[in-house]
Design a protein. Structure first.
Lengths: 373, 276
């Protein structure tokens, strides 16, 4: 177990006009499960590969347990990595794949066998030790890749999108297995993914990256409820947060937002915090699950109703998505409501929203407007 | 009715294949037949099948006509050249496929440009070089020439295959603690067996039948390779058609055997390497 500290880490690939990673700083505590989340090309895999020692670092430092490892070869960093493609050696049996790294380190043969069989037992791979990777299913290969990392007993695990090649059902079960193994072993883990469900369910903290930079770091629910900017607000959540232009004004001693032909109060924002934006147009955000066809009782006191028209209805089984236009405008929003709805395309619908769930973002910087002055 | 129409549609293809088989296989079967007949029997009826199989002709050719010496010379030269080609070519292909270094494009261009130069263009220069280094009229000199001239094709085929191997495999091996040479030896070579078999088979066939370099660079009868030996024999025994046919069968037997054993592996390796 170990801490991992990244300071001002940058990576510039030859021939690229922009750095792939720009001054990323991150602290991963001992035993923590940190998820690096972001869209394809945001630099998260590059960060992981620099931590692993597979990619030279352009600038900044990587330290493991306080020791800078920039110039330490990958094999000496005491890190084990699970790759997206599993990287199983196709010409070796499962046993040989698990033992490969230990053999190189001069571990005695009987100790290798003991550790390999122990890990195989733990991961349900004992019946497959004599098989080669091509004779295994996707889930079994994934477990062999995980086993190869576990058997090394490293200080840090690195995972590079290990579930992306699995089907949906297998992904869920394997995700739970990974969480279970990490909790049992208590090994510091850095996990890269573009899947927000993995990030939300697996990480102790998530670090969201975009265009080579860290945008926000925090606990999954904190980041979900308090996105730092419009990118995080849209990236987390499925369907994404609705973002609309809204004009801020005052109504007595309160701030209100006007969009389409709707005026809503902003109970989450004291007037003092919004003074710089009064009279201007900002970006207003509301999550689809904060729009209701029939509001829950707890919401009724502060709820606000808006007139909409149904553009599309998507029944998903457990819930229904409604695509709506607001009032007589062309402004579209998405609402996530219960599975039982009688609404059809073209219907007029009165939708209730929770004003306290509204988010405001600066229209120029896209950063979230602070809720305090 | 439909079945009959399907058969009818396939008829031109089948006819073409039968014709091609006759044209391609016919001469070989004819030489095979002649190798088991005496020369008088052949002159009597060139196209007849053997009535009595004269297996003693093979022993006669091996001992009395020096075919044994030519065969062993060919075997030494070709096996050594193919072994060197496989080792050097695989190492070069691995480096070109896996590593980005300054000048890699130039190195690749220089190596692969060897494929476009015809032997006739190189023969005079090679003759002079071997003469200068005392390697003229030696099996060692011929081996070096064979390695140099076949290296381009070997590297081309192997690089295409090795480039398809996922980089993750090599990254995983690096993290497991293996160095560059160990990764080549333990990962690239075992996985690259289909492509390596392809190059071994192709190189063997090409070099076993190679004539131009051998005829220019070898002069002693004791050092002749099999293609040279056969031509020399044909020159000295123009009318002994039966013995010529027997010598030809001795010459092509190893190639046929190799191809029969490894053709499937070779096709797998070639098609895998074709897609980059």
């Amino acid at each position: 177990m170990a801490t991992v500290t990244i300071e001002e880490l940058s990576k510039h690939y030859a021939g690229g006009s922009e750095p792939a990673v720009k001054a990323v700083s991150l602290d991963v505590a001992d035993g923590e499960f940190m998820v690096l989340l972001g869209p394809s090309g945001c630099g998260k895999s590059s960060v992981l590969r620099m931590i692993a020692g597979l990619e030279p670092i352009t600038a900044g430092t990587v330290a493991i347990d306080g020791r800078p490892v920039n110039h330490v070869p990958a094999k000496d960093r005491d890190i084990a990595m699970v790759f997206q493609s599993y990287a199983l050696y196709p010409h070796m049996t499962v046993h040989a794949n698990l033992a490969f790294g230990l053999r190189r380190r001069g571990v005695p043969g009987d100790e290798i066998d003991r550790r390999v069989r122990g890990v195989a037992e733990k991961l349900g791979l004992s019946p497959f030790l004599a098989r080669k990777p091509h004779a295994l299913s996707g889930g079994q290969r994934q477990r062999v890749a995980l086993g190869r990392a576990i058997v090394r007993d490293p200080k840090v695990f690195l995972f590079d999108e290990p579930l992306s090649n699995l089907d949906a059902a297998l992904r869920v079960s394997t995700r739970n297995e990974l969480i279970k193994q990490q909790h049992e072993l208590g090994t510091t883990t850095i996990y890269v993914t573009h899947d927000q469900v993995e990030a939300m369910t697996m990480g102790d903290r998530i670090c969201i990256m975009n265009k080579g930079e860290v945008v926000q770091i925090g606990k999954p629910l904190d980041v979900y409820r308090n996105p730092a900017d419009a990118f995080v607000a849209r990236f987390l959540g499925n369907p994404p947060m609705n973002l609309l232009p809204a004009r801020l004004a005052t109504s007595g001693d309160r701030a209100v937002a006007r969009f389409a032909d709707v005026t809503v109060e902003l109970p989450g924002y004291p007037l003092a915090a919004l003074k710089p934006y009064l009279g201007a147009t900002v970006t207003l955000g509301i999550r689809p699950e904060d729009l209701y066809e029939a509001p829950p009782p707890a919401l009724s006191v502060r709820a606000q109703q808006i007139a909409t028209r149904v553009l599309a209805v998507e029944p998903l089984g457990a819930e229904t998505l409604l695509m709506l236009t607001i009032g007589g405008s062309s402004q579209e929003i998405v609402a996530r409501i219960g599975r039982d709805t009688a609404l059809r395309i073209g219907d007029a619908a009165t939708i209730t929203l929770d004003p306290s769930a509204l988010h405001l973002f600066d229209p120029t910087t896209t950063k979230a407007i602070a809720r305090t002055a | 009715m439909r079945l009959w129409l399907n058969h009818l549609r396939r008829t031109p293809l089948v006819l073409f294949l039968i014709l091609y088989t006759i044209l391609a296989g016919g001469p070989f079967l004819w030489v095979m037949s002649m190798s088991l007949r005496t020369t008088p029997e052949i002159f009597d009826n060139p196209y007849a099948l053997p009535v009595r199989l004269h297996w003693e002709k093979f022993a006669n050719a091996w001992t009395n006509s020096n075919y044994g010496t030519y065969f062993w010379n060919s075997l030494i030269v070709v096996v050594t050249a193919v072994a060197l080609l496989t080792l050097i070519g695989a190492m070069a292909a691995h480096c070109l496929a896996r590593y980005r270094f300054r000048g890699s494009r130039l190195v690749r261009f220089v190596i692969l440009s060897g494929m476009i130069l015809p032997p006739q263009l190189l023969i005079l220069s090679l003759f002079q070089i071997l003469l200068d280094y005392g390697l003229y009229n030696s099996l060692a000199g011929l081996i070096i020439v064979y390695v140099a001239t076949q290296l381009a094709m070997t590297v081309y085929i192997l690089e295409g295959f090795f480039a398809q191997l996922p980089q993750d495999l090599f990254d995983a091996a690096r993290m497991d603690g293996y160095g560059d040479f160990e990764i080549f030896w333990r990962i690239t070579l075992p996985i690259g067996v289909p492509a390596i078999f392809t190059t071994i088979t192709l190189n063997f066939i090409i070099l076993w039948n190679e004539y131009l370099y051998a005829v220019v660079l070898l002069t002693d009868d004791e050092k002749r390779t099999l293609p040279l030996g056969i031509m020399h024999f044909m020159g000295g025994h123009q009318l002994d058609v039966g013995m010529i046919a027997t010598g030809l069968i001795i010459a092509i037997a190893p190639v046929i055997l190799l191809y029969a054993l490894f053709s499937e592996t070779m096709i797998k390796g070639m098609t895998a390497g074709a897609v980059r």
